[in-house]
Design a binder for this molecule. Structure first.
Ligand code: FAD
Ligand code: SIN
Length: 540
């Protein structure tokens, strides 16, 4: 152990304290000691920001078959049927557990006491989204966190940025993959790098939305888990399937505030703003018979088309034709936020633009949450489980966190006796690095990546644009690697390295797909192939 290093040992390490991480930890903690690490605060992931809700078949007129079909249609047939069935059939149980944890889902008086109110979102053929007004994520995060805090077998440690997985080189499952024994993580308060070892490690680090300059995701969504797993030898898949949410608030100061899809679900219309040809036109019916309730890829592409065709900054989302009380009751958080910005959504339309929202691709996992690497599990947005395919159906992702968090925990518990104690691990060596003298390099590269990803790897792609992005990634790789070799790690540097790694995986995957399907739309291959195939990248 180096003079500045420390090693901590637990039964299981969970990296990430969102819906996936805390669900896993809670399911393990009856039997095992679990350490949960979080970058920054324990509530800093996307889970806290979720608005619309959680999809589950709870209405007597709805069926699992309907939900499965809607998921596969939205996913462009790229979904793995077995995964879709498994997740959707477990959804009512997941909601029941959340109710037991105290999540105060809205109920519907007209359906009798206790019946949960179900809202609707794009791509869903039925009302099936349970929600806590328009701030579902915060309620879920708070309930899970309270339960974890109350559990003596769970240790919650914020302000730790995992840097890399600790790996051995034996027990190979796929070529070159070593067993995982934990993580190296930066103490963001002291600057020290510690080793955290365990018999099993679970990645629950969320998505990579911040690869893009406009994203609804929180600042820490830099693809850390995906990049760490890839560097350690795990395969990733379908990284080209980046979801853009149609309705992010357009505001020069507030850049990433989501306006939930439930606004369209409850009757909101997308219109061309005043001062344009066709002003006030409700344009979605021109693009799809489901209009504003078509799946997200279709709505976002239609908006992008109209914005580019007419040279607009934004389009309008209008729900002011509904009674003011209805709007205030359904969307209290959004209404309050907008009022603070001088927009009264009960009386006037909201300016909106599409923005990156969800990472459909990620670390490949099986139905038990196992990655390619022995000892390494993953759950939630950092994974590609087969649920979302080429485009995630709205409100299916929190659900995925609950189902795979439990699945990973169940497999760890079942196989616990076969997991060995970690060997002595190599400590983090910071003897040859110094403090950075040029933080500006990090800022410059970060900005550059996010801009070219937006411009070249966005809603509509071409091979030429993707190649331009790849060329820039190659130039930056050299620069970031050199910086990483010479300077002490910081959160910004860890994130920049992961952002670049993830951008590379997205661009490579996009270049590998010679068709348009779901979220991947390229002008050079507008057709969809008859057979749906995953884009699987295998580390060297
Ligand atoms: P997160 O909740 O993002 O948590 C990631 C965790 O990993 C955090 O604790 C973070 O600190 C930690 N972490 C990351 N990197 C590191 C590192 N290097 N070291 C240590 N810790 C790390 N989905 C729905 O189903 N319904 C919705 O209504 C909905 N609304 C949404 C609204 C918004 C604005 C956004 C952005 C997303 C929404 N989603 C919704 C998507 C959904 O919120 C996410 O997919 C889901 O919450 C992801 O949960 P997670 O546990 O995988 O990751
Ligand atoms: C939203 O509320 O529109 C987000 C729902 C989701 O991303 O699933």
């Amino acid at each position: 152990m180096g003079a500045q290093d420390n090693q901590f040992h637990h039964d299981v390490i969970v990296v990430g304290s969102g819906a996936a991480g805390l669900t896993t930890a809670l399911a393990l903690a009856d039997k095992l000691k679990v350490l949960v690490l979080a970058k920054g605060s324990l509530t800093g992931g996307s889970t806290s920001w979720a608005q619309g809700g959680i999809a589950a078949v709870l209405d007597s007129g709805d069926t699992f078959e309907n939900h499965i079909r809607d998921t596969m249609v939205a996913g462009g047939g790229l979904n793995r049927q077995e995964t879709v069935e498994s997740v959707i059939e477990r959804a009512p149980h997941a909601i029941e557990k959340l109710v037991q944890l105290g999540v105060p889902f809205n109920t519907d008086g007209s359906e009798g006491k206790g019946a949960l109110h179900l809202t609707r979102e794009g791509g869903h053929s039925h009302r099936r989204i349970v929600h806590v007004a328009d701030a579902t994520g915060w309620a879920v995060q708070s309930a899970l966190l309270s339960a974890a805090e109350a559990n003596p077998n769970i240790t919650l440690v914020p302000d730790r940025a995992a840097i890399d997985l600790i790996t051995g080189k034996h027990e190979e499952r796929y070529s070159g993959s070593g067993r995982v024994w934990g993580v190296y993580a930066l103490n963001q308060k002291t600057g020290r790098v510690d080793s955290y070892t365990a018999r099993a490690t679970v990645l629950a680090t969320g998505g990579a939305g911040r690869c893009y300059v406009f994203s609804t995701a929180p600042r820490g969504a830099t693809g850390d888990g995906i990049a760490m797993a890839w560097r350690a030898g795990a395969r990733v898949s379908n990284m080209e399937m980046m979801q853009f949410h149609p309705t992010c608030l357009y505001n020069l100061e507030v850049k990433n505030f989501l306006i939930t899809e439930a606004v369209r679900g409850e009757g909101g219309h997308l219109k061309l703003p005043p001062g344009t040809v066709g002003e006030g036109e409700r344009f979605m019916p021109r693009f799809d018979e489901r209009a504003e309730l078509a799946p997200r890829d279709i709505v976002a592409r239609a908006m992008d088309h109209e914005i580019k065709r007419l040279g607009l900054d934004y389009v309008h989302l209008d729900i002011s034709h509904k009674p003011p009380e209805f709007v205030r009751e359904h969307f209290p958080m959004i209404n309050e936020k907008l009022l603070g910005l001088g927009i009264d959504m009960t009386k006037e339309p909201i300016p909106v633009v599409p923005a990156q929202h969800y990472t459909c691709g990620g670390v490949m996992i099986d139905l038990k949450g196992r990655t390619d690497l022995p000892g390494l599990y993953a759950a939630g947005e950092c994974t590609e489980s087969g649920l979302h395919g080429a485009n995630r159906l709205a409100s299916n992702s929190l659900l995925e966190c609950f189902v795979f968090g439990e699945a990973a925990a169940a497999d760890i518990l079942e196989n616990w006796d076969n997991f060995k104690e970690p060997p002595a691990v190599r400590q983090w060596d910071s003897s040859r690095v110094s403090d950075s003298d040029e933080e500006v390099v990090i800022k410059q590269n970060w900005t550059e990546i996010r801009r070219f990803m937006w411009n070249y790897v966005g809603i509509v792609r071409t091979t030429k644009r993707l190649e331009r992005a790849q060329h820039r990634i190659r130039l930056l790789e050299e620069e970031v690697a050199e910086y990483y070799r010479h300077f002490r790690v910081s959160t910004d540097l860890i994130e920049l390295r992961n952002l670049l790694q993830t951008a590379d995986l997205i661009v490579r995957s996009a270049l590998n797909r010679h068709e348009s399907r779901g979220l991947h739309y390229t002008l050079d291959h507008p057709e969809t192939m008859s057979e749906a195939q995953d884009t699987i990248l295998v580390p060297r």
